[in-house]
Every structure is written in structure tokens, then in C-alpha cells.
Design a protein around this ligand. Structure first.
Ligand code: HEM
Length: 512
């Protein structure tokens, strides 16, 4: 009794530390148990074929996860069983197994894993990317596919792309033959395109918004214990993650709130006959007002969630592809030369490449495809089976995290000759498309949950790459030869170069 009253008289701060320490102790003991029992314990029921269990992810070597998984597959086969903390991870690296999951058993694999960092910035019920498969997801997805990212909307953004990319060309010209970081310029231009497609041209706080997204993305890319040990979720509160996320959400809320109010006022004062100048927020507001949302009631918070999806999914992904394409062209000067000849012969007298020119440039399109084969920005697709099932002869438990490696499929010698070689010519007579019909190359995923932004992305990549290649002659900075270019990848949800691409650009003088 005496001890109890003593305890009650202690200030709360004095109790907090021992409490947290004892929780941490429990956690460390559990983690230790998992790390050391991993090679003995497999939680999977015995399947038609024994599924190789390879231990805990953290024990499996260094480097980006997709590369580690591909190396394991070389020894243990295309479907492997691992653990990440408490989570059962199934790694899938062959096109056949991916096809079975994404096509034959698609309905069972429609879920994505829940990522706490993204849950924390939700305004309402969330949007497309991380929502569970169901009625709500179907309705929001329909809005994305039919309205925001439809082929006609993507074409409507053509003049925005042309004007932002012509600013990029001017910025490169201003480097006046001095070395510079082209990665930074590519990403900054891409951020401008996606923010203007979302907010319109007049958002004064666009840069603040983009930098909050960047910071949030880099936090999301870091390993966090609660993601794999959900019982230590409280660590997010202790290490400041929750506070940071609340801060980001407040920034997004403030900026989106004022843009929505401004666009609402503007829409009232305009007639709606022309929709080609509409940005994503305008489209959603118009649908909301005219109740055209397919029985989905959109409030301002739903609208913010949808817009956040566009900004997050559309800001890092496509410039990453341009960055890798430029790296491969600098590493393969003959390919660069051939692409320049194709464009310069056709466009004699023009200063820049316009969208309407792109159809002619078949070699450029093959370069883009080859870049997606070797460097899919989303190297791993993550899906969660709702029911126990058998894939490729192996039992896969419901609720596990299935990682499908698009990166491995693009480099699989069973699918490609000389897979590590950048060779756009291999695609000239090939019927493989990029939108999920062929499992040898799968940059945008496949099926009902495939990327709805593929059209927007490819149009943007082709135009940016065409202008960079057409308007300049390129060399690596510091006199580095093509063989000296470091192609190391950084870890992360979107796989970028580890180091920025440093170059020298000489403007190509157009002869009419
Ligand atoms: C090169 C650029 C891009 C790549 C490589 C890419 C790749 C992907 C991949 C692999 C997925 C998951 C597919 C699956 O699980 O089968 C995805 C989903 C998604 N992407 Fe993209 N994406 C790109 C650009 C964009 C853009 C520009 C937008 C929008 C402006 C966008 C919006 C989305 C959305 C909303 C989803 C979630 C779809 C759902 O869960 O139903 N993406 N993307």
C-alpha cells in the first residue's frame, strides 16, 4: 500500500521513462527471438512443393532489396519465403509466377499492404493507391481513370508539358558549357508539371508543397520498426515520426484548402464550355458540384486525398525514368547519336520538340521501353492475398506481403538475350507493351490495380527526353568516359540513381 501511494505521488515524467524502457526491453527480447529462430521456424503450412525459407530480410545482405531478392532467386528459385519482423514476405521473381498472381489469381491479390506513414497523412477515407479493394476504391479509381488521367485529359496537359520542358531547355542553356547536376533539373521540371496539373499556374506555395512531399517520401523510404513489428507502433510517437507527419498534413491541408477555395471561386465566375484548361482540382470540383461522381459523395477531404495520390505517385516516378534514360544514353554514345540523328534529320529548323512530333520518333520510343526494362522505377509491386492459395506450386498464406520484382523480370535471361545490355533495337520488332499485358516487362504493374497514370507518365517522359537529346550534345562532367559512369541504385520505393548525374551540355545549333 505504501509503495502504491509512493508510486502515485511520483510525477508522470518519472514514470514514463521506466515504462518506455521496459517496453523496449520486451521488444528487444522479441526481436532477438525472431532473429535467431528464423532459420528453424517456418509458419507456412506444407505446400505441394516446400517453399524455400531464407530467414529474416535484415540478415540477407546489403544493397537495394530488389537486387538482394534477385540474387537469392538465382540459388533458391523464383518464389521464396522470408520474414521482415513479424511479417511473412514472399518474393516472386519470375514472369510465370507473376502472371499467375496478377492474372490467373488477380481477384485474390487485389489488396496492397497498409503503410502506416501513408495512413498518417490521410484526410478522409484515403484514395486509390493504398485503399483496400472494394466499392469505395472502385469508385475513386474510376474517377482517376475516366476523368483525371483519361487519354483526352493527358492530351489536354500537352501545352503545360511543352511550356515547362521549354523552361528546362532554357535552364540547361544557361549552364553555358559548365558542369551541372541534370538530375536536379529533371526532377524540378517534373515537379512543376505535376503541381501545375494539380493546382494550376498560380499556386504561390507550390515549392513549399513539393518540398514537404519530398521530405515525407524520404521518411517513408527509411526502414521503420513499427512497420514490421506493429506492436511497437508507439515508437512513431517517441521518435517524432507522428509529429512530423502531422506537420506535413497541416501544410498540405493549409495549401490545398486555399487552392480549393480559390478554384471554387474561379469556377463560379467562368463558363464551363472549355475544359481543356482544367487542372485536377477543377475537375474534381466540377464533378462534385454536378454530382457526377458515380454515387461517391466527395467532400473536400476526399478531394484532398485524391489529389495527394496524384502528387505523390506522379512526382518522383516519371523523372526517375528520364534520369535513367539519360544515364544509359551517356553510357552508350552510339545509341545517343542514333536518337539525335533520327530527330535532327526530321526536325530541321525547329528549336524544340513538340508533342505532335513524337509519333515519328520510333527509336526514341524503343529507348524509353528499354529504360523501363532495365530500370523500372517501381522495382517491386506489393500485393497481399486475401485467402490462402497456391502459386507456382507453393502454398502462399493469406495476409502475407507478396513482392513481385518487375526489376528481376526485366533482367531475366529466360526472357531476354544479353539482359544486362542496353539495346533499344531489341524492341523494334517486338509486340511487348508496357501496360501489363506482357510479364517480361511490367513497369506499370498489371490488371485492375495497374498504374492509371501510365499515359501521363509516358507522354511526359518522351517529351522531356526528346528535348534533352535533340537540343544538346552531352558529355559526362570531369572528363569522365562512358565506362566510368556510376550506375549504382539507391534504395527506396522509387529506385533512383544513388548519385546525381553530373554532365556538360552543348546546345545543338539548328540548321534550317
Ligand atoms: C514512370 C512513371 C510511373 C511508374 C513507373 C508507375 C508505376 C506504378 C506501379 C508499378 C503501380 C502499382 C501497379 C500494380 O500494383 O500493379 C502504380 C500505381 C499507381 N500509380 Fe503509377 N507510376 C507512374 C506514374 C504515375 C503517375 C504520373 C500517376 C498520376 C498522376 C500515377 C498514379 C498511380 C496511382 C493512383 C496508382 C494506384 C492505383 C491503384 O492502386 O488502383 N502513377 N504506379
Amino acid at each position: 500500500m505504501e509503495r502504491l501511494s509512493l508510486l502515485c505521488s511520483l510525477p508522470l515524467d518519472d514514470l514514463l521513462l521506466p515504462f518506455v524502457l521496459s517496453l523496449l526491453l520486451v521488444f528487444v527480447a522479441k526481436a532477438f527471438h525472431y532473429a535467431h529462430s528464423s532459420r528453424r521456424v517456418t509458419t507456412l503450412p506444407p505446400g505441394p512443393k516446400p517453399l524455400p525459407f531464407l530467414g529474416n530480410l535484415h540478415q540477407l545482405g546489403r544493397g537495394p532489396l530488389h537486387a538482394v531478392l534477385r540474387d537469392l532467386a538465382r540459388t533458391y528459385g523464383p518464389v521464396c519465403h522470408l520474414k521482415a519482423g513479424l511479417i511473412t514476405v514472399i518474393s516472386v521473381t519470375s514472369s510465370e509466377a507473376a502472371k499467375e498472381i496478377l492474372r490467373a489469381q488477380e481477384r485474390n491479390f487485389m489488396e496492397r499492404p497498409k503503410l502506416p506513414i501513408f495512413e498518417m497523412i490521410r484526410f478522409d477515407r484515403g484514395s486509390v493507391g493504398f485503399n483496400p479493394y472494394g466499392e469505395y476504391w472502385r469508385k475513386v479509381r474510376k474517377i482517376c481513370v475516366m476523368e483525371l488521367l483519361s487519354p483526352s485529359r493527358v492530351r489536354g496537359f500537352g501545352s503545360l508539358r511543352e511550356s515547362e520542358i521549354s523552361n528546362l531547355v532554357e535552364s540547361v542553356k544557361r549552364t553555358s558549357g559548365l558542369p551541372f547536376d541534370v538530375s536536379e533539373m529533371i526532377f524540378s521540371c517534373a515537379n512543376s508539371v505535376i503541381s501545375k496539373a494539380t493546382f494550376g499556374h498560380n499556386c504561390k506555395r507550390q515549392e513549399e508543397f513539393v518540398s514537404a512531399i519530398k521530405e515525407q517520401q524520404s521518411l517513408a523510404a527509411q526502414f521503420s520498426l513499427p512497420e514490421v513489428f506493429p506492436f511497437v507502433y508507439f515508437l512513431y510517437h517517441l521518435d517524432g515520426t507522428s509529429a512530423k507527419m502531422s506537420h506535413f498534413q497541416a501544410v498540405y491541408n493549409d495549401i490545398l484548402g486555399s487552392v480549393i477555395a480559390e478554384r471554387r471561386m474561379r469556377a463560379k465566375s467562368l463558363d464551363h464550355s472549355s475544359s481543356c484548361e482544367e487542372n485536377f482540382i477543377d475537375v474534381l470540383l466540377r464533378m462534385k458540384e454536378s454530382a457526377k461522381t458515380g454515387a461517391l459523395s466527395i467532400n473536400d477531404n476526399t478531394l484532398k486525398d485524391i489529389v495527394m495520390d496524384m502528387l505523390i505517385a506522379g512526382s518522383d516516378t516519371w523523372p526517375t525514368a528520364v534520369e535513367w534514360a539519360m544515364s544509359e544514353l551517356l553510357k552508350n554514345p552510339c545509341v545517343m547519336k542514333k536518337a539525335q540523328t533520327e530527330m535532327r534529320d526530321a526536325l530541321k529548323g525547329k528549336d524544340t520538340v513538340e508533342e505532335s512530333d513524337l509519333e515519328e520518333f520510333q527509336y526514341l520510343k524503343q529507348i524509353v521501353k528499354e529504360t523501363f526494362r532495365l530500370h523500372p522505377p517501381a522495382a517491386l509491386l506489393a500485393r497481399v492475398p486475401e485467402e490462402d492459395c497456391v502459386v507456382h506450386g507453393y502454398n502462399i498464406p493469406k495476409g502475407s506481403r507478396v513482392l513481385i520484382s518487375t526489376w528481376s523480370m526485366g533482367r531475366d535471361p529466360n526472357n531476354w538475350e544479353n539482359p544486362e545490355k542496353f539495346e533499344p533495337e531489341r524492341n523494334l520488332d517486338s509486340s511487348l507493351d508496357l501496360v501489363g499485358n506482357h510479364f517480361e516487362i511490367l513497369p506499370f504493374g498489371s490488371g485492375k490495380r495497374a498504374c492509371p497514370g501510365a499515359g501521363f507518365a509516358v507522354a511526359s517522359i518522351e517529351l522531356m527526353l526528346a528535348n534533352l537529346v535533340y537540343c544538346f550534345d552531352w558529355e559526362l562532367a570531369d572528363g569522365l568516359g562512358p565506362d566510368g559512369l556510376d550506375m549504382t541504385e539507391a534504395p527506396g520505393m522509387v529506385v533512383r540513381r544513388r548519385n546525381p548525374l553530373l554532365v556538360v551540355a552543348t546546345p545543338h545549333h539548328v540548321t534550317a
